[in-house]
Design a protein around this ligand. Structure first.
Ligand SMILES: Nc1ncnc2c1ncn2[C@@H]1O[C@H](COP(=O)(O)OP(=O)(O)OP(=O)(O)O)[C@@H](O)[C@H]1O
Ligand SMILES: [Mg+2]
Length: 262
């Protein structure tokens, strides 16, 4: 664990942070569906909407939060008031707030404290963080405390440029970054682009202890966009579709990396 990582102490909760660099690549959709698929495997999962200012996880889960993480930060609510049950058994949401102005707080530590406090509850098997796009100060702060980071990207050149910027930043003080492609036609494409990114990292002499771990791909599918629009999870509605199987395979890899096995 890096020195800034959340101190797990005796907590069983494992933290997974989903980020991207470029916006709109499918982070929130993945986070919500991964949460559901983990719950289907018997785990209790909390999702923290860390997209400061543009929170939309409540839309994906089709819930109306009474309290948000900011109510907890501002001491207007208990943590237990903020943790809300979603329509999916054993999937809980700590909602964010759209249009929230972060300038109210003097430092970003207050935001990441929510994560440490949820982990300290020792109630969830997995705590997933959905970050916003870009590499702004909030995103950096959430990445700093995370040891398991999943970068989602498309094969779009601008998205790949952003992922490389993320690799460059994380290589300074993290051991690894999991890389997953969205909207790819075959796993092979993802694999070869991951190799190219690795080679670029070597050429530019990024820290050699830093590992890029390719963990799979999910294809483009109207099933995903349609279910999203209907405020439903594709992995729940279409459990036998290719995209759900692909995401299950990604989760197999994530769990292997996080736990050294399934
Ligand atoms: N594999 C896919 N096939 C088709 N549509 C997809 C796929 N993945 C995501 N989408 C759609 O792409 C849109 C953007 O997804 P999403 O909001 O999850 O991205 P995001 O990375 O969280 O965006 P932001 O950076 O704005 O937070 C949504 O309409 C979603 O349904
Ligand atoms: Mg999002």
């Amino acid at each position: 664990m890096t020195k800034e990582g959340v101190q797990y102490g005796s907590s069983k909760s494992k933290l997974l942070t989903i980020t991207s660099g470029k916006g709109g690549v499918g982070k929130s959709t993945f986070t919500a569906n991964i949460a559901y698929l983990l719950s289907k495997r018997g785990y209790k999962v909390a999702v923290i909407d860390a997209d400061i200012g543009l929170a939309n996880m409540q839309v994906l889960f089709n819930v109306r939060p009474v309290h948000t993480i900011f109510d907890y930060i501002e001491a207007k609510a208990e943590l237990s008031d903020v943790i809300m049950q979603t329509p999916y058994y054993n999937v809980y949401l700590l909602a964010g707030k759209s249009g929230y102005s972060y300038a109210n707080h003097s430092n970003s530590f207050v935001l990441t404290r929510v994560v440490s406090d949820v982990v300290a509850l020792n109630e969830f098997d997995y705590v997933l963080i959905d970050t916003g796009a870009g590499l702004n100060d909030y995103v950096k702060e959430f990445l700093k405390i995370s040891d398991n980071i999943l970068a989602l990207t498309t094969t779009d050149p601008s998205a790949l440029t952003d992922v490389y910027a993320l690799m460059k930043m994380l290589s300074k003080d993290k051991n690894s970054l999991m890389l997953c492609f969205n909207h790819t036609k075959t796993a092979k494409i993802g694999f070869s682009i991951a190799k190219s990114l690795e080679n670029l990292a070597k050429k530019n002499r990024l820290n050699t202890n830093f590992m890029l771990e390719y963990i799979g791909n999910v294809s483009s599918s109207s099933t995903i966009s349609t279910t999203g629009r209907l405020r439903k999870l594709f992995a729940y509605e279409f459990e036998n579709e290719t995209v759900t199987t692909e995401l299950e395979m990604v989760i197999d890899e994530v769990l292997k990396k996080m736990n050294g096995g399934l």
